[in-house]
Each structure stands twice: as structure tokens, then as C-alpha cells.
Design a protein around this ligand. Sequence first.
Ligand code: GLN
Length: 485
Amino acid sequence: MSLASQSIKSLREQLAARTISPSEIVEDLHSTVERLNPQIGAFLSLDIAAAKTEAEQSDVTKALGGIPVAIKDNINVTGQPCTCASKILAENYIAPYDATAIKRLRDGGAVPFGRLNMDEFAMGSSTENSALGVTRNPWDLERIPGGSSGGSAAAVASGMALAALGSDTGGSIRQPAALCGCVGIKPTYGRVSRFGLVAFASSLDQIGTFTRTVEDGALVLNQICGHDTNDSTSLGVSVPDFSAGLKSGVKGMRIGLPKEYFIDGTHPAVTAAVDAAVKHYQSLGAEIVEISLPHTDAGVATYYILAPAEASANLARFDGVRYGHRTPQAADVLDHYMSSRSEGFGPEVKRRILLGTYVLSSGYYDAYYLKAQKARTLIRQDFERAFAEVDVILSPTAPSPAHKLGSMRDNPIQMYLEDIFTIAANLAGLPAMSLPCGFAEENGKKLPVGMQLIARPLDEGTMLRAAYAYESTTDWHLQRPPLFA
Ligand code: GLN
């Protein structure tokens, strides 16, 4: 079995026994990237010399010593590009510092390994909004990998990476994890420092992990969590050892099924897989409770007011003066700003900036932005009430399996509905994850289906315990796309 195809847990044991070396892992991953990336397009760049040097110097006695971790292209790593898959940053921006999550990975001995494709500035659900190329789903190369962290999901699912970091503002870790058949974890808002993550919507953004197993996810997540004085929203609370509690099972655990998340219009294969998972949990001794999250129907509208509003402010810094693309000739200073931004941003980013500016403008602020803030509070309160009754909430991650590349590109509203099950956790700041729970079949091709688990604030431990109980008694997570070796 190639090293690249193994779990982090197993590689750590071999590294500790010195039967393999960190450079061998890097070389193995590199040859997998050379073989598969031309077809899949997950990596935008890979500085293999830097990765090798770091691997040789890494301390294998540390928690992630010698383990390469691939990085979404909106998280700064010193000396590497950080394009956000946008023309505005692709020309000449090189990160001058490490994001805190990267610094923590390095402190744990991990090796940053390559830059992963995404929707431009993390706006999208298919990675088709990247200005720098197409990423394909490893299970069916005609289909999207999901988004916005599509490169992260495709790299991990295809064996080009053991683990990857992504960011999740409205589902961008969980939805691509579901569509590519891997484990994607979005921690509680404030668990992981956002310092060095290029901001999309600051009150919603969180960095999180992609892995092929829950155990590996717990390992990587542990490494990146913790308070950071560089991010005033990062929480000054201790971080439990997520791996320690994984195996305690779900006997007596109360699992809530929100009736608003089991709706018509969900793909039948998704409904069937999630229903079977619920039965499986019952057989493991969990108690299933029907719950209601009555403001669910306001979620998508609330998110698509608040996220663009914050984005319009955050993206003001890309003005052709300080960062990235600068128009070659401008008549005056106003023309300089307008032309640099018009040339540098893609259509979805422009749409969000326009939407965001509109909902914040005088006369519309109360009707849209303020109202959305109130709806956000109601959505958070729905969860507070639900978590008085249950320990975790279970739902589908996405309403359907991966669709064909190009098939939704001209329909932004339908694309926004992809997020229907994932955005509430961001609006409420809750930890949430996706894990494999079955397959749909289309034209003889297997397409992964994921289920979502949501937990109380800072209760990643219970969420991961529920996920592990399922994973360790099923084999969905062991299935690999045909090109995996
Ligand atoms: N798909 C959502 C959007 O387009 C979420 C993106 C994200 O989580 N970064 O905004």
C-alpha cells in the first residue's frame, strides 16, 4: 500500500518506529500529485523543494511530526502564493507571514504541502468560481467537487493529500467533504484563530479540517485550535484532547432530527442514506428525538444578506494600491480603483460586493441588514432550545450529490440553495461536520453522500464521538474512488 493512501494515525506509528521517514511520505504524495493532479486540478501550486526540506527537519516525536498537510489557497503560509483563486492576488502576492493555524501545525511538526483550489474568495459551492482552473470530483471527473474548499476535498479524497485545511463560512468544508466522500470538520466559531485567513465574512468564517477518517480529523483539529491574541474573536478556553474521548460510544446519546431538514426536493439517495444512518445510530443505543428549528426557512436569505455585507467591507482592501493586480494605465485615482477592481474580481465576487454594498446603504440598512441580524438571533435561539433536549443534531449535509460541471453555473439562486443545511451552523457559531454515509449511483458511477452532525458551542468532543461511533461500525469511509491507489 502506498504511503499516501494510508491514515495519518498509521503513518505516525511507522514514523515513530522509524520504519519510514517524513521525506518518503512527501515523495510518495508528490508522485501521487504528479499522476492525478493533471486530471483533478486540486493543487494550484506545490513547492516540493520547500516541503522536502521541512520534512527532513521535522521532529517525528511531535503530534503531527513529519505529516504533510495541504492548504486551501486563502490561508497564508510564509513565502508561498495565497491567491484566493482570484486574478486580483494571483499576479504578485506572496504571503509575508504564517496564519496562526499554520504556525500551530508547524509547532506540531506538520509540513505545509501545496496550495489548493477554491471558489474565488471562498464564494461558491462548486469551485467553478475559481479564476485559476477547474477542479474535478475524483469519483466522477465530469462533476464538481463541491466548494468553496473543493481543492481540499478532492485532494484528500483522491489520495493526493493525507489532510487539508479549508475554511467554512456557510458550508465550504462540509459540503465538499460530503460530495467527495471525506470527513470535514468546522469547529465552533472562535475555536481556531482566523489570523492569516483571508477574510470573507468575518463573523462566520472558521478554518477547519479535511481527512479520510474521524480519528485523523480529531488529530489535526487538536493541533490548530486554541486562543490567539492576534484574533480578538478567538476564545480563551482550554482545548480538550479530542482523540481521547472518541471511543466512548453513543449509548444514551440523544440525537435530534430537525424536521425542517428532512424535506421534499432532497435527492432520494441522500434521504435513503441519512435515514439508514439514523437507524444505525438507534442500533448503537442512541435515542432519536424529532426536533424543530422553526426559523430554518430564513437561513439562506439571512446568510446571503450578512455574508455579502461583510464581504463588501472586507474586500475593500483589494484596491490596486496595496495588494495584487493594479491596472496598467489609469486616467485618475478613481479610475485606478475602479479599473483595478473590475479587472481583478470575477463575476460572483462582484455580485456579492454589489449585494453587500446595497444592503448596507442608507435607506436599505434597516430593511435588510438589521432585519437579517435579528433573524440570525432567532436562528441561534432555535438551536439553544433544541440543545436543551438533544446532544447532537443530525441531517443531510447537502440536498444532492455532486452535479455535472457547468450545469448550475448560470443559476446563482439554485447554487445558493446548496447551502440550505449548512449555513445555520455558521449563523449560530456552532461546531458541525460532515462524514460519509453512503452513495448515490448515476450512470454507473458512485457518488458519495454525506451526513452532517451539529453540536453545542465548544462541544466538538461529543460531535466527534458520535461521528466515530458511526464510522467505526460502517465502511463508507473505506471506499475509494477508482483512480485512488
Ligand atoms: N457556498 C457558500 C457561499 O457561496 C458558502 C461558502 C463558504 O462557506 N465559504 O457563500
